[in-house]
Design a protein around this ligand. Structure first.
Ligand SMILES: C[S@@+](CC[C@H](N)C(=O)[O-])C[C@H]1O[C@@H](n2cnc3c(N)ncnc32)[C@H](O)[C@@H]1O
Length: 241
């Protein structure tokens, strides 16, 4: 049975919820590596430039790691509200030990800790903005804008939904051809898998309003920099003045 009760914290701030996610992390990292690399490649820095990237909802930090790999003089702040995810991330981030730090931060709070500076070179978000309401998305994009230096970029990799039934059917068709077990898995979700699915889709929105929110926040060069079915990379930069 479907419920509208927001179970996001229960998913991410419990050992069981996080272990369920982490058990599939290796496969997820193999599948999404090209997207995280593209997020880094979009940033306008030279290899010898130093800047700070903030990864919000960083989890184990794959988006931040892509930036640290491409830009050897960059540093990263990884923000998350889940102690369990940050503990897992400490393992994945070990080779960048002197170039990153975790900050406890709830994307819903609207209050940014002083440990996040307001002259960031870039902000990235990967697969987490769909966990907050539309109002908070709107506010978060403004808060990100305020924490970027002029010319700084915000890049978001996230799933989207659609109000067009034909488009949804086409996405589903392709997804099922790529993963022949998908339909069966969907029909036979455990209660835990169903709760995770509901948390996944609760605040997901179509592409057009995402773009509108970025533009309304003041970003320029807003574009869909990558798209495959129901996953997109969108972003833009804070104008120079
Ligand atoms: C699907 S995981 C994505 C993690 C990572 N960015 C990636 O792409 O692998 C979602 C992440 O967002 C974090 N998250 C969810 N809601 C949050 C909130 N309100 N504030 C901060 N982090 C949140 C979770 O703890 C989790 O690490």
């Amino acid at each position: 049975m479907s419920t509208n009760i927001d179970n996001n914290a229960a998913m991410w701030q419990t050992d069981a919820g996080v272990q369920s996610f982490i058990s599939k992390q290796e496969a997820r990292e193999a599948k999404r590596r090209a997207q995280w690399m593209l997020m880094a490649e979009l940033l306008p820095f030279g290899e010898d430039e130093s800047f700070t990237v903030l990864d919000i909802g960083a989890g184990t930090g794959p988006a931040a790691r892509a930036v640290l790999e491409l830009f050897p003089r960059a540093n990263a702040i990884l923000a998350d509200f889940s102690t369990q995810m940050m503990d897992e991330g400490a393992k994945s981030m070990a080779r960048f030990a002197d170039r990153y730090r975790y900050v406890t931060f709830d994307m819903n709070s609207g209050v940014w800790p002083d440990s996040i500076p307001s002259d960031l070179g870039a902000v990235v978000t990967s697969q987490c903005v769909h966990h907050i309401s539309d109002l908070r998305k709107q506010q978060l994009f403004l808060e990100i804008y305020d924490h970027l230096q002029p010319g700084g970029w915000y890049v978001n990799f996230d799933p989207i939904n659609t109000e067009d039934a034909l488009v949804e059917a086409a996405w589903q068709r392709a997804n099922e051809r790529q993963d022949p077990d998908a339909a069966e898995k969907e029909r036979n979700r455990t209660p835990e898998e169903q709760a995770r699915y509901e948390n996944h889709v609760r605040y997901m929105i179509p592409l057009a309003p995402q773009i509108d929110l970025l533009t309304q926040a003041g970003f320029e060069a807003v574009d869909v920099y990558w798209k495959e079915l129901d996953h997109v990379i969108v972003g833009g930069r804070r104008p120079l003045r």
